[in-house]
Unconditional design. Structure first.
Length: 712
């Protein structure tokens, strides 16, 4: 009997080796799901208002509907005033918004933002409706957030979020409103005086800073009172971390869902969610791991899900995908029956096995590379990323030109977020011995491209309001930013092309592209002028004439070089420039004394002056010689760079022609499709293997059950 029991236990263990795992899924569809949506952002805000204030509201917050900065801090004020947030275009009050204001019976409207975002025409329209209007606005978005905060009264805490993007402010909005604390906007790399003064005047004792140093620089955080950083890998991760941080202040009975890719829907919901101490969960079309886990973990508490926005922004499929335990196998439950779909489970297992094999193969291939090869391949990936981001920018520019009435701020914000994340990744790269300044130029390319996206955002905004003066200024700023990016990116691109093709020494490449040449030229020219002036003054002094004016001009050109951080491989040249400056300073001081002697008739210092002047000339000549050599070297190397780039382009065209493709993008797409097809076949074969193994185990189980029991 004991042996029989052992056999049965063996059968059970074998069968569980391929048994589908237990699937636990929060039945989101069973919860009360209610969608608040209109045909556009203005109507959606109206629907939120109708749902939250069915009997009306004496007060109302009115914000600009096409861009986010001024309105981000409005949620706490809306809660204090028990008021909804409605949206309006810049120049005229939206008709749906106007009708909702009438329905609400509103007596007081607070316009958040200056006349640049909500014009005087809108305010006049409200006044003509018999409504009292108060505008809350500062010099910029940062000061506007302070002006809103001043309306909240006394408090000891504050949320600090970036004023350059919207998701973080929307994540904290319902929590800040519930706790009655302000949301203050700051720049990435500086703390605005308006915010600094507010924190000091209000004796704020605690600040919650949302985002890491790539979003709000550590120098800014260091100036804040008792800062606590709430970070995450992206906007969705930070949203989840914020909600978990303040979960004790949240009632999860009702949760609000809004897209994290745009701001208006969540902004309108930020006024309603605090009324029930509810969170706003930001989601994307395919919900992230953290978002799914949050909803799964809180599924027993969630009674109602309120969706902000229509199916174009939060799809029904997105809702149906929510609730699965992300730590277990997913998508294997038949929603119609609740039973496990074994065929789907087998496919999932096969997929996991194949992906694991592919990952292992890639890991082995990566391990086989030298350190230089790893660096150069990683480098090329980031160059390709930036090239793709540049294409996205050009699309945005085209949108701004083709449809000037459409604001591109949402798309620009998403692109800027991508660039920031990429910049953060690049900062973690460890340069190799011969990589020169390649990493520096890649980082500069990121910063330059981010500036380009910021400029095109403002360019689009001014086009939308048809401000010709601002359009012209924005066009110039955008063109300048594009030029800077192209200069920096071309250096990154050249490094990538050359190292990929012939392993050219990056230090030499950077010598051809570096700003050191400009730096050396600038100071060599100044020192040469200074020497000529000093020599002319000296010759005149020998004839008994002091030359005070020439000495002054010379002194202006003997200037100490500023801090030079753009070239890590040119310390020797920078040191020579500094030595020349010191020699020039000594020569000037000696000649200055000599000029006084000439005036008094004493020529005793003539010899010392000649000696110092000669030493200065020697140093200047050395710099001129180095400059001449660098010019020749740069010309030769730049020629190699240009030829290498041209050769690479010709080789690419020849390769594409041989393969039958018109562009590298087309080839890459075909390659991806081929890889998908190969992977699909591998998964199908692996699924057959798993099915065969399961069938074999089932047969063995049946055979074992037929064995006679040996009681002996």
């Amino acid at each position: 009997m004991v042996k029989r029991l052992g056999i049965l236990l063996l059968i059970i263990s074998l069968s569980f080796a391929f048994s589908p795992p237990l699937i636990s899924k929060a039945d989101v569809s069973a919860n009360s799901t209610f969608r608040m949506a209109g045909n556009d952002r203005y109507q959606t805000a109206v629907e939120v208002s109708k749902n939250g204030w069915p009997t009306g509201s004496n007060s109302l917050i009115l914000a600009y509907g096409e861009n986010f900065p001024d309105a981000l801090s409005a949620a706490s004020l809306a809660k204090k005033m028990s008021a909804p947030i409605l949206l309006t275009p810049r120049n005229e009050l939206d008709s749906n918004t106007a009708n909702e204001i009438i329905r609400l019976g509103t007596k007081q409207v607070y316009i958040v933002g200056g006349t640049g975002v909500v014009s005087g025409n809108v305010a006049d329209k409200l006044i003509s409706m018999g409504i009292t209007v108060e505008r809350i606005a500062g010099y910029d978005r940062f000061e506007t957030s302070v002006c809103v905060a001043q309306k909240l009264g006394s408090c000891s805490e504050a949320f600090i979020v970036t004023g350059e993007d919207f998701p973080d402010a929307l994540s904290v909005a319902p929590i800040a409103a519930k706790k009655g604390i302000p949301i203050l906007l700051v720049a990435k790399d500086y703390l605005p005086d308006s915010v600094k003064n507010y924190l000091s005047e209000k004796n704020i004792a605690k600040t919650y800073v949302v985002g890491g140093s790539d979003i709000i620089d550590s120098n800014v955080v260091a100036q804040l009172p008792n800062p606590e950083i709430i970070n995450g890998s992206d906007r969705y991760d930070r949203n989840v971390n914020i909600i978990n941080k303040f979960s004790s202040d949240i009632d999860f009975s009702n949760v609000y869902l809004a897209t994290g890719e745009n701001f208006p829907d969540a902004l309108a919901g930020a006024a309603l969610a605090p009324n029930t101490s509810s969170p706003i969960i930001l989601i994307i079309t395919t919900p992230s791991y953290g978002t799914n886990k949050l909803i799964f973990d809180k599924s027993s508490l969630i009674k109602s899900i309120r969706v902000l926005g229509g199916t174009a922004v939060v799809t029904d499929k997105t809702l149906s995908d929510l609730g699965s335990d992300p730590d277990k196998a997913s998508n294997v439950v038949d929603n119609s029956t609740g039973n496990i779909n074994y065929d789907q489970w087998i496919i999932n297992q096969a997929t996991l096995r194949i992906l694991a094999k592919q990952a292992e193969e890639k890991r082995k291939e990566w391990d086989s590379y030298t350190t230089d090869q790893k660096y150069n391949r990683t480098y090329k990936q980031y160059v390709d990323k930036l090239a793709d981001y540049n294409k996205e920018f050009n699309i945005l520019k085209g949108m701004a030109d083709d449809k000037p009435d459409k604001i591109i701020s949402d798309q620009a914000d998403v692109l800027k977020d991508k660039i920031s994340n990429t910049s953060s990744e690049i900062s973690d790269i460890t340069p190799i011995e011969n990589s020169g300044d390649s990493k520096l130029y890649l980082q500069k390319s990121c910063e330059a491209l981010k500036s380009v996206v910021e400029k095109v955002n403002w360019y689009s905004f001014y086009k939308s309001i048809n401000d010709v003066t601002q359009i012209n200024e924005a066009t110039k700023e955008l063109n300048d930013a594009v030029t800077t990016f192209n200069e920096d990116f071309s250096k990154s691109y050249n490094y990538s092309i050359i190292t990929e093709n012939n392993g050219f020494n990056a230090t030499e490449i950077n010598q051809a592209n570096t700003e050191l040449y400009k730096f050396l030229t600038e100071y060599t020219t100044k020192f040469e002028k200074a020497y000529d002036n000093l020599k002319t003054a000296y010759d005149s002094m020998k004839n008994g004439k002091a030359q005070i004016d020439l000495m002054k001009v010379a002194k202006e050109n003997i200037c100490k070089p500023g801090y030079f951080d753009s070239f890590t491989s040119g310390k020797e040249e920078v040191s020579k420039i500094m030595d020349t400056y010191n020699c020039g300073t000594e020569a000037y001081k000696t000649l200055e004394q000599y000029s006084y002697d000439v005036i008094t008739g004493d020529n005793g210092s003539d010899g010392n002056a000649a000696e110092k002047l000669s030493a200065f000339k020697t140093k200047v000549d050395e710099l001129k010689s180095d400059l001449t050599k660098m010019e020749a070297n740069n010309t030769a190397i730049q020629s190699v760079v240009d030829h290498s780039v041209q050769d690479a382009k010709e080789a690419e065209l020849e390769f594409l022609e041989d393969k039958g493709f018109s562009s590298m993008e087309e080839y890459q797409k075909a390659l991806e499709e081929q890889e998908k097809s190969t992977t699909a076949k591998q998964i199908a074969d692996e699924a057959e293997n798993i099915s065969a193994e399961m069938k074999k185990q089932e047969e063995e189980k049946k055979l074992l059950l037929k064995l006679p029991i040996n009681d002996g």
